[in-house]
Design a protein around this ligand. Structure first.
Ligand code: PLP
Length: 373
């Protein structure tokens, strides 16, 4: 079957050029980057090259980039790492629409008060709400750069500023944002930021975090001395090279791709909303990631619609891929004020540069037929 893939927030296809860059590190240069012989040194070269590329793109220093296994590990790293070095402080302030990798991990921190800031009905948090909750007891403040379900782009610069006013560290989960916008960590002023290669045509199971030099954060995986003692374990050199080149290629065409994806996504939104006056876009039309269209099909069972779309070869999602299969409504949509019935009637479509206008027309006609049924 020919699938129409509209689930790019869940994952993306590996770029063929990225695979070509990775292959030598799986074949000839397969060494352990900790070995002192020639094949090991070749692996170190690859790891250094990858770290350098990522550091340049993010405007970070070379030794401020740490490779991880992906976004989930990055979120765990921030929460557990800053908690290790929190001293007497025992409070964190995060948003209530974070990914489960943040929310669940935060809920398991021992002896820590977790304050959650709610968004408005468009999925945007107010920096002043953060300011009111952060105090001298707060050691970590966190807000995702862009939301994975509704694509809202959050005011992280302001919230980071507010965190620093009170002496707290600031972390942002940039997993969804990294492939969609230029990011300059010095300009943002964040202490830590995480991202994951598979969201921008890189390989799965590899990510990275930026940690500002001097930030008080402990390591989370104990073992060898890798990643400057913060993350033990034999380095995934091919993965790191894959991540770095995926980011490099992404940045080369980012402006053009973003424009194309935004126009295609808007074309879809206009068409789908015109099918029925009760359909609605969840979240803000302007302030959202280019790829995201989260549609409330009011009065329609979202799970059944998704299932029927799947039968017709259309790949979309009820929300976060990690929570697919759970019968709970999306926590992001309910935090934005949707009833649980409306949340369960909502479907996330996320577009990519490979999608075409013909595909959108086909999906619209499939949806039209399904709802008429
Ligand atoms: N954070 C956000 C905002 C995400 O969207 C995701 C994945 O969808 C993650 C974290 C987890 O990333 P990974 O799949 O690389 O573990």
């Amino acid at each position: 079957m020919d699938y129409i893939y509209l689930d790019h927030a869940s994952t993306t296809k590996l770029d063929g050029r990225v695979l070509e860059k990775m292959l030598p590190y799986l074949k000839e240069n397969y060494g352990n980057a900790n070995s002192v012989h020639g094949i090991g040194r070749n692996a170190v070269k690859g790891l250094d090259e990858a770290r350098g590329i990522v550091a340049d793109i993010l405007n970070a220093d070379f030794n401020e980039i740490y490779f991880t296994s992906g976004g989930t590990e990055g979120d765990n790293f921030a929460l557990n790492g800053f908690t290790k070095k929190r001293g007497e402080k025992n409070k964190i302030v995060i948003s209530s629409i974070e990914h489960s990798a943040m929310l669940k991990t935060a809920s398991e921190l021992k002896g820590v008060e977790v304050v959650k800031i709610k968004p408005n009905s468009l999925g945007l948090v107010n920096p002043n709400d953060y300011l009111e909750s952060i105090d001298e007891n707060t050691y970590l403040v966190s807000l995702m750069m862009a939301n994975n379900e509704v694509g809202s782009i959050e005011p992280i610069k302001e919230v980071c500023y507010n965190a620093h006013l009170k002496g707290a560290n600031f972390f942002t989960d940039a997993v969804q944002a990294m492939g969609a916008m230029e990011i300059d960590v010095k300009d943002l002023g964040v202490d830590m930021l995480s991202f994951s290669a598979h969201k921008f045509n890189g390989p799965k199971g590899v990510g990275a975090v930026y940690i500002k030099n001097g930030a008080q954060i402990g390591g989370i995986i104990t073992g060898g001395h890798q990643e400057r003692e913060k993350r033990g374990g034999t380095s995934n050199v091919a993965g790191a090279i894959g991540l770095a080149y995926a980011l490099k290629y992404n940045r080369e065409t980012l402006k053009k791709d973003s424009e194309y994806i935004t126009n295609l996504r808007n074309y879809f939104i206009d068409k789908v909303l015109s099918l029925n006056g009760n359909f609605k876009l969840n979240g803000d039309r302007e302030n959202r990631l280019p790829n995201n269209a989260n549609i409330l099909f009011k009065g329609i069972n979202g799970e059944r619609l998704l299932y029927k779309l799947d039968i017709m070869g259309v790949c979309a999602s009820l929300g976060a891929a990690c929570s697919a299969g759970s019968i709970d409504p999306s926590h992001v949509l309910t935090e934005m004020g949707l009833t649980s019935i409306d949340a369960k009637s909502s479907i996330r479509f996320t577009f990519g540069k490979e999608n075409t206008y013909e595909e959108v027309d086909k999906v619209i006609s499939i949806i039209k037929n399904l709802i008429e049924e």
